[in-house]
Design a protein around this ligand. Sequence first.
Ligand SMILES: [Zn+2]
Length: 84
Amino acid sequence: MIQIRCPWCGLRGAGEFRYAGDVRARPDPASATPQQWRDYLYFPANPCGPVMETWYHRMGCRRYFTAERDTVTNEVWTLEEGIR
Ligand SMILES: [Zn+2]
């Protein structure tokens, strides 16, 4: 079972959480082109290896937090566990 450590609730099963997106810079609304918005909204980088993501603890404290996940092994680290 994959487990994720919520910064407020502790170690819980991954089923309690919802993936809320990659952590990446949003285009500037005042100057972004339609191509930049399309790339931002529909074409995530999807790399192989460690990525920074936002997670939502939907069945617990209902808070968002940032975690690092290795897309190859599905290991997850939060700030409290020392993001690499
Ligand atoms: Zn929580």
